[in-house]
Design a protein around this ligand. Structure first.
Ligand code: RB5
Length: 143
């Protein structure tokens, strides 16, 4: 399952990506927030991390204003590799080299079309494995 989550500053971009996924007939679950009313990104970041960790096939999209606060929150969870992307190369390498399970976007500065392209790239790209597996193993410190 693909899970989407944002705070108020990511609400607009999240809504636009939800529309994109519906058009592409890609199933997803929106974990909120549900309006542009002010809320706190850690609440949605923790919720998203927990859902993504339920199954290794799950993917997440996390959005806050800058993408920074929600990244910090998500990456506190062992097993979450949340990658903030600002271009297509980031979105691809996040999967190919880092086996990222969550794509993080900056709601206030990311163009909707680019966000759609980054999301599509993120979902379509496989992890390369090999030497990169050893490296991502080394990321975890609380095993
Ligand atoms: C909210 O104003 C903003 O601080 C938040 O969305 C995020 O950018 C924090 O890192």
């Amino acid at each position: 399952m693909i899970y989407l989550a944002s705070d108020h500053a990511g609400f607009e971009l999240k809504s636009s990506l939800a529309k994109f996924l519906r058009e592409q007939k890609i199933e997803f679950t929106d974990l909120g927030c549900d309006s542009p009313e002010r809320c706190d990104y850690p609440d949605f970041g923790h919720k998203l991390a927990k859902k993504v960790l339920e199954n290794s096939e799950n993917r997440g999209i996390g959005i806050c204003g800058s993408g920074l606060g929600i990244s910090m929150t998500l990456n506190r969870h062992a097993g979450i590799r949340a990658a903030r992307a600002v271009n297509l190369d980031d979105a691809e390498l996040a999967r190919r080299h880092n086996d990222a399970n969550i794509l993080v976007l900056a709601g206030r500065t990311t163009d909707e079309k680019l966000a759609e392209e980054m999301l599509a790239k993120f979902l379509a790209t496989e992890f390369e494995g090999g030497r990169h597996s050893d490296r991502i193993e080394k990321i975890e410190i609380n095993k």
